[in-house]
Design a protein around this ligand. Structure first.
Ligand code: NAI
Ligand code: MG
Length: 356
């Protein structure tokens, strides 16, 4: 029996609803497989914890997480706590503290889901966005002076390092190389930003030499939004900075039908620390407690987690079940269905037991 120890942090809003759904699916996969166990340990960190203790997680939070094989994360954000506190108090410290520098965001149109793009269906949009997850525009470098006075200033400095850019480029080229089309688009903004972004481009060209079998091109981020919308078939793997990929992956999720199906993996490729797997969406206050949160993103990111843990058979079984359930039209309202989170989860569990 192989046991994988997973830290579950459901956190806020619909986070607990979708993580509960994901836990049910993981348990079904373990039972169906027979010789593997996914042992989830739950942590009650997040905005409620903050209201009680004044912090989103305890001071030794990272120490507590370190022994785990992976982290399964819901979402953070509460209407009555400022977003920069919730984000910088929990999710970003984990990403940065565990140097999860590669944020991997696959997008494709699932069967039965309609893209808002005309004439674009299953197979036409099949992308993986690699987001630089440790530096760039979200380095947390900056400050404010003369607060509240007319001469107040605020700076938010983007930091690009040779080490940071080289390692994300290598990760992206390697990922592109592993996919059938071996095609990578490097997103940039080096026309307007003359320093960090020009270095980004130069390092991309250097790393490209190591991957002669990967076809790559360069695209300004604004033009990239147009290409994603008008010519989605021309794209396969994408690498972009922290900010650019944050925005592009929301667009990608929307073009694939809903934010509710878009997963993300925060990976430490060197495996020094646990990697973290989560849906892209936030805590969705508008639907919290209604039982209609789409759990598919949380299932899909569990498949990413299983691949990371080396459980490829379970991962494939999970994604096959997602395809089957979506194809059968058992979907939540955000993607045009009438099912509840629980009904989708139940259908997933049946599909997993029924699979060969
Ligand atoms: P959001 O992703 O929570 O919601 C945007 C829209 O998408 C809402 O209409 C929501 O109902 C819908 N939606 C999102 N996930 C869905 C799902 N699984 N099923 C069905 N519909 C879904 O983004 P928003 O409203 O900008 O942010 C709400 C809070 O979440 C904020 O506090 C924000 O800071 C936080 N947030 C946290 C993230 C994280 O934990 N990684 C990521 C994005 C936002
Ligand atoms: Mg985002």
């Amino acid at each position: 029996m192989r046991t994988h120890n997973i830290a579950a942090i459901p956190a806020d809003g619909i986070g607990p609803e979708v993580i509960e759904a994901g836990a049910g699916v993981l348990a079904a996969l373990a039972r169906r497989n027979g010789n593997v166990d996914y042992k989830l340990t739950f942590f009650d960190w997040g905005s409620d914890y903050y209201k009680k203790h004044g912090v989103m997680m305890p001071a030794d939070g990272l120490e507590q997480l370190k022994p785990f094989d992976a982290i399964y994360f819901g979402a953070v954000g509460a209407p009555d706590v400022p977003d920069h506190i919730t984000l910088w108090g929990l999710r970003l410290p984990i990403c940065q503290g565990f140097d999860q520098y590669a944020n991997v965001r696959p997008t494709k149109i699932l069967p039965g889901i309609t893209s808002p793009l005309r004439n674009v269906g299953v197979g036409d949009l099949d992308w993986v966005i690699v987001r630089e997850n440790s530096e760039g525009e979200y380095s947390g470098h900056g400050g404010r002076a003369h607060r509240g006075l007319p001469e107040e200033v605020g700076t938010e400095v983007a930091i690009f390092t040779r080490v940071g850019v080289t390692r994300i480029m290598r990760y992206a080229f390697r990922l592109a190389q592993s996919r059938p089309r071996k095609l990578l688009t490097v997103v940039t903004k080096s026309n307007a930003q003359r320093f960090g972004m020009v270095m980004w481009d130069e390092i991309a060209s250097e790393v490209a030499q190591e991957f002669p079998d990967v076809t790559w091109d360069k695209m300004l981020v604004d033009a990239m939004t147009v290409r994603m919308t008008l010519n989605p078939q021309s794209i396969d793997t994408i690498v972009a900075t922290n900010l650019h990929a944050d925005i592009l992956s929301d667009l990608a999720g929307a073009l694939a039908g809903s934010l509710g199906v878009a997963p993300t993996a925060n990976i430490d490729p060197e495996r020094r620390f646990p990697s973290m797997f989560e849906p892209i969406h936030g805590s969705a206050f508008d639907i919290t407690g209604k039982g209609i949160a789409n759990p598919v993103a949380t299932f899909w990111t569990a498949a990413q987690m299983l691949d990371h843990l080396g459980e490829h058979e379970c991962s494939q079984r999970l994604m096959a079940a997602v395809d089957r359930v979506c194809e059968a039209g058992i979907m939540t309202p955000d993607v045009g269905g009438t099912a509840t989170t629980k009904e989708v989860t139940e259908a997933m569990i049946q599909a997993i037991y029924g699979s060969n």
